[in-house]
Design a protein around this ligand. Structure first.
Ligand SMILES: Nc1nc2c(ncn2[C@@H]2O[C@H](COP(=O)(O)OP(=O)(O)OP(=O)(O)O)[C@@H](O)[C@H]2O)c(=O)[nH]1
Length: 367
């Protein structure tokens, strides 16, 4: 096979794979993989496998004159197909899971009671534990399985079922029961480890996201976190205030890096306390630079806010151990709106900050 043929085949295979996966994930609303997505996947997978088995078996049963059994199997096939459509439209995987599992419980009890085709009905009960635990989780799944086991005992031992008709040995009943409990146990272990794994994955992802978007020194958003928030913001106009500490190098040089770090954390606190609204944001943009984003204000109000903040910092006495010192800030302001993109606004704010520095520092520059 030539390379181009192989590539074409791979493309077709990938396409088939992706359309199958899309089909199995139909009804999932979550972005990325979550516990709910896993449940949706299991519902679709199980319902599809269910249709593939119940439909032909239903036809065969009707053909063999077992009308009731055949109709039950066909009813399940129809129900599972409709369930897929329901899940696709409503994304209600909880109810959809119930549509899969409860008819299955009833069908299994019916198969054990009647013996199914030539007394083979009981062999299907082993699919129950996995489906119940995967769909309903450990707690509810185990409770339902306990009830199902009781129903199984009742049907096998206390009802006038057709079990003995097929000449089974009495011990088969207890073997069915014990092997069923073993499968419940194994499925439980698997489900438990899967949910633990998913939970840990979720927690690790949350932690990693936090690390990725947070500045470790000040606890503020870092540049990545701020950009993400600004890009997702639905506000029509956001004012960006880029603030830079004047001659910060001197603080480090005179008092040491630790004192510099302390000054940056204090500044972060002052910025956070001073934000006009709860939705406003502040980030450590890098080094001794901070970016504040405020919305719902006029240009004049934003300028006034920057000036108040600048004066507040200028008059603030930073004190660390026995050291006392002052710092000043320079500000550059720009607005991000319909005509100015986020990147353009940041560049403008940066240019204006540079201008404030050139004009002598400790001041605010705007358009
Ligand atoms: N302590 C400390 N210092 C930092 C940190 N990040 C950057 N710096 C220091 O910030 C200083 C920035 O110096 P410059 O870029 O020369 O700016 P500046 O001294 O503030 O002067 P102007 O901005 O021109 O007013 C450097 O000495 C960096 O080492 C940090 O996380 N902690």
């Amino acid at each position: 096979m030539t390379d181009s043929n192989k590539q074409a085949n791979n493309k077709i295979n990938n396409k088939e794979k992706s359309s199958l996966l899309t089909f199995l994930y139909v009804g999932s609303t979550a972005n990325g993989f979550s516990e709910d997505t896993r449940r949706v996947f299991i519902i679709n997978l199980f319902a599809s496998v269910g249709v593939l088995f119940t439909f032909p078996l239903g036809i065969v049963s009707i053909w063999q004159g077992k009308t009731l059994l055949g109709c039950s199997l066909l009813a399940i096939a129809v129900l599972y197909s409709l369930n897929h459509i329901y899940l696709r439209h409503t994304h209600n995987h909880k109810l959809s899971g119930d549509f899969v599992i409860y008819p299955l419980y009833i069908l299994m009890i019916y198969l054990v009671y009647t013996g199914g085709v030539n007394g083979t009905g009981h062999v299907w009960v082993y699919c129950i534990p996995a489906v119940a635990l995967f769909l309903h989780g450990m707690k509810r799944g185990l409770i339902e399985l306990a009830f199902f086991t009781l129903a199984l005992i009742f049907v096998m031992y206390f009802m006038d079922s057709r079990f003995s008709e097929f000449g089974y040995h009495e011990t088969l009943k207890s073997r069915i029961l014990f092997s069923f409990i073993v499968v419940v146990f194994l499925s439980g272990i698997y489900e438990y480890s899967m949910s633990r794994f998913n939970q840990e994955l979720k927690e690790t992802t949350t932690k990693l996201k936090l690390y990725a978007y947070t500045d470790p020194l000040t606890g503020l958003f870092n540049r990545r976190g701020m950009l993400q928030r600004l890009e997702l913001s639905a506000e029509k106009s956001i004012y960006l205030l880029l603030a830079d500490v004047d001659f910060f190098k001197r603080i480090n040089d005179e008092y040491g890096h630790d004192v510099g770090d302390y000054a940056l954390t204090q500044l972060a606190k002052i910025f956070q306390e001073s934000l006009p609204k709860e939705d406003d944001l502040v980030a450590r943009w890098g080094g001794e630079e901070f970016l504040i984003a405020v919305c719902g204000q006029t240009e004049f109000e934003v300028f006034e806010f920057a000036e108040t903040l600048r004066q507040r910092v200028a008059s603030y006495e930073f004190s660390h151990l026995d050291l006392r010192f002052h710092m000043t800030l320079s500000f550059g302001i720009a607005v991000m709106n319909n005509t100015t993109s986020l990147r353009e606004a940041i560049t403008l704010a940066d240019n204006r900050l540079y201008q404030a520095k050139r004009l002598g520092r400790n001041q605010t520059c705007r358009a």
